[in-house]
Ligand binder design. Structure first.
Ligand code: TRP
Length: 324
């Protein structure tokens, strides 16, 4: 059976990182927790469940588009790349592309080490012709490829509208990092959720089964477990809404009562109705995103959208530098 080679970078966050990030986030007027901490084992499992919810249209829509346009994507992007996927999760979307793109190697990167190992080994077993080199890393801080990766033209794949979880200036910074990683003449295939009716947007982050709520609240369970905090989960609830002025969905945890929480030797007071801001999900029109990409040094090759104008896929490239 084919095996995946897996590199673990030391940047995987520790309990100390969590402690300093939470303490820093709680010392600001609007308390916040960085969203990367959602993805412990339970968080990754709940996230996969979110992607299958009837209200959560992005995953299903993007997968249908990848299937529909797989051949066209390969025609435009070419074949035989080193395919690099930051935040690869379960690798389900990349699988749709393997046959058409015929990459020379696949490099999934994820912050959740166990999840990554299982997903990368399953890919290696199902695609014996494909070299798999996985890297466990916080891709927002480091994008070096595993040392074992082969040489080759690089195509980055960043689906799921994860780019929307950065604010626009940080999105430009992150895309610049990708541009540097793929190098001159490198490419990026990126999925971006489109602006649309508030009703559709808000339903996607407030599912009837409460899976998104469980995902959001799991952050507090993780902080209790890893930092010995004493959040009483019954005293918190999930809230998500579309902030039209900012063009983003905001996720918060709302304190149901006035309460005190002990955490890493500190005590924090929360007033009834006070919130911890846990994530943003920015939405872009095709034109707005083209602009973000341009600011990062990418030119747009092709943009695909679905018939209902829910979601967009952008194929971008960096300039080829002419050497004399
Ligand atoms: N980036 C996707 C989005 O913003 C997926 C995602 C990240 C998400 N965090 C989430 C979805 C929290 C629901 C809840 O839609």
């Amino acid at each position: 059976m084919a095996e995946a080679s897996i590199t673990f970078h030391d940047l995987h966050p520790t309990a100390d990182d969590l402690a300093s990030d939470v303490l820093a986030g709680f010392s600001r007027p609007q308390k916040s927790i960085p969203p990367k901490y959602f993805y412990d084992a339970e968080g990754s499992r709940l996230f996969d469940a979110i992607t299958e919810l009837p209200e959560y249209y992005p995953t299903r829509t993007e997968m249908a588009m990848l299937r529909k346009y797989a051949d066209e994507i390969a025609q435009k992007a070419g074949t035989g790349h080193l395919l690099v996927e930051p935040g690869s999760g379960s690798c389900g979307k990349a699988r749709i592309l393997f046959e058409g793109l015929q990459p020379c190697a696949y490099i999934p990167m994820d912050i959740s080490g166990d999840h990554l190992r299982v997903a990368a080994e399953a890919v290696a077993a199902d695609y014996p012709w494909l070299e798999v080199h996985a890297a466990c890393t916080d891709f927002t801080r480091l994008m070096t490829l595993p040392p074992s990766s082969p040489e080759g033209r690089r195509l980055a794949f960043f689906p799921g509208s994860s780019i929307g979880n950065f604010d626009p200036d940080r999105a430009v910074g992150f895309l610049r990092m990708i541009a540097e990683m793929v190098g001159p003449g490198g490419q990026l295939l990126i999925g971006v959720d489109l602006k649309k009716e508030r009703r559709i947007l808000e339903a996607a982050y407030n599912d009837a089964q409460g899976v998104t709520a469980a995902f959001n609240l799991n952050l507090l369970t993780r902080i209790n477990r890893e930092l010995g905090a004493d959040f009483d989960l019954a005293q918190w609830r999930h809230r998500a809404f579309y902030n039209q002025a900012e063009g983003r969905i905001e996720m918060h945890l709302v304190s149901r009562v006035d309460q005190l929480v002990r955490l890493a030797g500190h005590t924090f007071a929360f007033a009834e109705g006070e919130t911890i801001h846990t994530e943003n999900s920015y939405k872009y029109s095709v034109e707005e995103f083209r602009d973000v990409a341009a600011r990062a040094g990418f030119t747009t090759d092709t943009v695909w959208t679905d018939d209902d104008n829910l979601f967009s896929l952008h194929l971008l490239q960096t300039e080829v530098t002419n050497e004399e």
